[in-house]
Each structure stands twice: as C-alpha cells, then as structure tokens.
Design a protein. Structure first.
Length: 249
C-alpha cells in the first residue's frame, strides 16, 4: 500500500493531536514541526539547543497555531533519568501522545570502515539508533492512551542496498528499519499504535550539504516540500498502515 507523495494537509488535519518531533530545531525537523502546527497539532519541540527550539516555538506562535512545548534533550549525552523526565512531562502536560517523529540524526564520517573512528561510530549509532529506541520505549505508555498513535522514523535510501563509505550512518538507519519491523509485529494487537518509516529523499539541509559538498543545493527539494507523507502518516488518514517503509519522493 502506498501513500500520496504530494499530500496537502488541511488546517484541521492534526487538530487535537499531540506530536513530539526530535531534531526540531532545524532542517527537516523544524520544517515538519511548523507544518504539523499549521495542521492543528500541539507540537512538542525536542532538540539539544534550547535557544534554537525557542525560535521555532516563536515561529509557531506567530502562525496562531496551538501552543507548542519545548523538551530540551541532547540525545548524545542524555542519561536514563533525562528520558524519564521528558516522558513524565509529556504525561503531565498532555496526558497522552498521538505522534512521535524521530527526525534527529548525525551523519558521522564518510570514510572506509577500516579507518572509521570508533568514538564517532559509537556516537552516531547512539544518536541515530539507541536514543530513538529509548525514547520510543519511555513514551509508549503515553501513546497507549491515544486513540490513534503514530510513530514515524526518518529513514534513508542507504537502507535499500549497501553503499560504501556511509559507515555508521548506514548501519544506524538499517538498524532503525529492523526496529520498525520488530515493534510493528510486537504491537500488532494494539490497533491504536502504528509505526512506519519514510525516506524523505534529497533535501536542502546542512546534513545533505556535508554529505555532498559539491552538489548545487538548488537541485534538491526544500524540506517543507517533502513533509506531506509524514503528515499523512501522523493523521487519521494513515490509520491501518503499520510496519511499512515509504519513499517521500
């Protein structure tokens, strides 16, 4: 089953829904946070830089959208208690969670595995794979309180086939796909929770520029242009879709 790539959200598509987005301070995470707010969601902005999150918060307020919330969390250094406190704050303020998007990620080094720095490897796998696992785990109790909860993983084309020199990034994204498949099956009897992944494709972001420094950024899509499929999966339109991988472009 496919999802519409050019899906356009109405102003009430996510009305009444609470959506947490990691990496919301910039790039694709920021673009998706703004579009979710435009569609009526109460957005929880999560990221490591409080000042940048506050700027996105202000942007959302200027839209006249539902009041957002900020959850500062550095995925690279957060301890167990930090995750628990974030989950507790979500429960205290909203009482449930309807959407969770794992948009935060590190690129790491583009280098052969033989020469890949071990500290960088560990950091990328932690931020891109272990942290989303932990965050999903601690937030699942609040997603169970939602009538229609959706977890969306930001994937990549590197999961489709082995691509040399993509190192820890490729391994971490492939690991997320494995997590998607496992969790979808384990939650199969809970019809109110679904998990899917979307590869947004080439986007005009800082990560893309670091990966392809010679590329003309004008030849790739603005992040906002590929948010449609994510909004679709976060909304009631995506109900019934579970355990699948999609391409946004």
């Amino acid at each position: 089953m496919s999802i519409p790539r050019n899906f356009h959200a109405s102003a009430t598509l996510l009305e009444g829904r609470v959506v947490l987005i990691t990496g919301a301070s910039g790039g694709f995470g920021r673009a998706l946070a703004l579009e979710c707010a435009r569609a009526g969601a109460s957005v929880i902005l999560s990221g490591r830089n409080g000042a940048k999150l506050e700027r996105v918060y202000d942007e959302i307020e200027k839209l006249g959208a539902p009041q957002p919330a900020i959850a500062v969390l550095d995925l690279a250094t957060a301890q167990a208690g930090d995750y628990d406190r974030l989950a507790e704050s979500v429960g205290t303020e909203f009482g449930r969670l309807d959407g969770l998007v794992h948009a935060a990620a590190l690129l790491g080094d583009r280098t052969p595995l033989e020469q890949y720095p071990v500290p960088t490897w560990c950091r990328v796998l932690h931020v891109n794979l272990t942290a989303p696992f932990i965050l999903t785990q601690v937030l699942l109790p609040w997603m169970r309180k939602s009538q229609d909860a959706s977890i969306v993983l930001v994937s990549s084309s590197v999961v489709k086939s082995a691509r040399p020199f993509w190192g820890a990034y490729a391994v971490s994204k492939s690991g997320l796909e494995a997590m998607r498949g496992l969790l979808a099956q384990e939650l199969d009897r809970e019809a109110n929770i679904r998990i899917n992944s979307i590869n947004p494709g080439p986007m005009r972001t800082g990560m893309r520029a670091a990966a392809y420094p010679a590329e003309d950024p004008r030849t790739v899509a603005e992040p906002v242009a590929v948010t449609g499929p994510f909004l679709y999966l976060l909304s009631a339109e995506g109900h019934g879709l579970n355990g699948q991988y999609f391409d946004a472009q």
